[in-house]
Ligand binder design. Structure first.
Ligand code: AMP
Ligand code: GLY
Length: 430
């Protein structure tokens, strides 16, 4: 029997916990800090994902055999380094490798030096230089805070004026604090976005199923950007040819380049792509599983995830490993609090009909939830629940998740009814 700790408190971490526990039902699982959903599968431990010393001490005290880190912030802050120093196997890259997400300037330099296809760019710390580059390139153009900004640091600017304003607010007014002390200004890429996740051992990578998330708040992909309002898998543009191109042109060169710089990358590498005419271009790298992509992908995984994650955490190889996927589809709808991604209220009691919980074609992963003093499950964040419908195809999975999303209740519930619309349109089934 093993003791396993999942670090984080979102829907991604609940989904990872659920998947790992399906593989190893007799192991002891802990979640730090977890949420009301993880509390049903694991023991929640009241340690913040950012509290590295407390996490390491907990792992030693409880003889934790494996740590799986969900979010980027603790990876960038060196949680895996601290665990390795105490010989505690951990899944996720060390801080130097996690820079592929925590410094966009670094990620772009790696891509440039290794001719990995991505948008043309320049990096700036000086406002006047950024302004002159923006004026020369013209709009549309994209301005990005180089550091971690909770997914809000990339602004697609329709006009030169907007780009100038954005660059100034990042560099001069420190709108994103130190994360915006360096900005990347890059070419606007046209095409369709796609998320491809790879399980990496430092040298080799195993692709997971392609997925697409919906970052905008409103239906039809309108309104402000959010942490993600839903995701689905599979995506037909993520065919074998595209996955092979991504592996050969992007992932392999990136892994080798990182390894050469003493930044061996072990963990999940999230490649955010723009696909145009069947060609993949990198929009971003993330050093972790996608949220909410993981919630849509993991329910379709047939191979045990535990073995692969443990192998990578212990420094083993994934060469020649292939993952087996169910032939069906999954659609994840995020239920959020009214007002999100702006200000919202918390503490609203949540009611989930019992028969939804029983159903095999529905999975409910918690994000911002907690148990209150009266042991009720209440809302505790902007994104509250992830409702995943699993079906034979994307339109059917979308219907299942939508119907379930309607039946769950809490005051101020909002959600998008059009998750997976691109694929549904492609398939021509209404
Ligand atoms: P990022 O934080 O880099 O993932 O960017 C957030 C979102 O901004 C992406 O998911 C895209 O929708 C959009 N975006 C970022 N960079 C570009 C680009 N070069 N061209 C077009 N859209 C982009
Ligand atoms: N779904 C986008 C992300 O995880 O960064």
């Amino acid at each position: 029997m093993m003791n396993v700790l999942i670090v984080g408190s979102g829907g991604r971490e609940h989904a990872l916990l659920w998947e790992l526990r399906c593989d190893r039902p007799h192991d002891a699982f802990y979640a730090a800090p977890g949420n009301a959903g993880t509390a049903e599968l694991a023991e929640n431990v009241a340690i913040a994902a950012s509290d590295i010393p407390a996490l390491v001490d907990f792992c030693e005290a409880r003889s934790i055999d494996l740590v799986v880190v969900g979010p980027e912030a603790p990876l960038a802050a060196g949680l895996v380094d601290a665990l390795w120093d105490r010989r505690i196997p951990a899944f996720g890259p060390r801080a130097r490798a996690a820079e592929i997400e925590s410094s966009k300037a670094f990620a772009k330099e790696i891509m440039k030096r290794n001719t990995i296809p991505t948008a043309a760019f320049e990096t700036f710390q000086d406002v006047a230089r950024a302004e002159s580059y923006i004026r020369t390139r013209g709009a549309p153009i994209v301005v990005k805070a180089s550091g971690l900004a909770g997914g809000k640091g990339s602004i697609v600017c329709e006009t030169v004026e907007e780009a100038l304003r954005t660059a100034r607010s990042m560099l001069e007014d420190r709108q994103f604090g130190e994360a915006g002390a360096t900005v990347v200004v890059e070419e606007f890429l046209e095409g369709e976005e796609l998320s491809l996740l790879f399980l990496c051992d430092g040298a080799d990578a195993v692709p997971m199923l392609g997925s697409q998330d919906h970052k905008r708040l409103g239906e039809g992909d309108t309104g402000p950007n959010t942490g993600g309002m839903g995701a689905y898998a599979p995506v037909s543009i993520a065919d074998e040819t595209l996955v092979t191109k991504t592996l050969e042109r992007i992932v392999q060169p990136a892994l080798w380049a990182l390894a050469r710089e003493d930044r061996v990358y072990r963990g999940c590498l999230y490649v955010g792509l723009m696909v145009k005419d069947g060609e993949p271009y990198v929009v971003e790298f993330n050093c972790r599983f996608g949220d909410p992509e993981a919630q849509a992908i993991l329910p379709l995984l047939r191979s045990p995830l535990f073995e692969t994650v443990e192998r990578i955490a212990r420094g083993g190889s994934v060469r020649d490993l292939e993952l087996e996927w169910s032939p069906g589809a999954a659609v994840c709808i995020v239920l959020a609090s009214a007002g999100y991604p702006g200000a919202y209220e918390k503490g609203k009691p949540i009611s989930i009909p019992g028969d939804l919980v029983e159903r095999e074609d529905i999975l409910i992963f918690h994000a911002g939830t907690r148990r209150d003093a009266e042991k009720r499950t209440v809302t505790d964040g902007g994104r509250v629940l992830n409702v995943v419908g699993v079906g034979p195809n994307v339109p059917e999975a979308a219907r299942i998740s939508r119907e379930a999303a309607e039946l769950i209740e809490f005051e101020g519930k909002i959600f998008r009814r059009d998750i997976a619309w691109r694929q549904i349109e492609r398939l021509g089934i209404a």
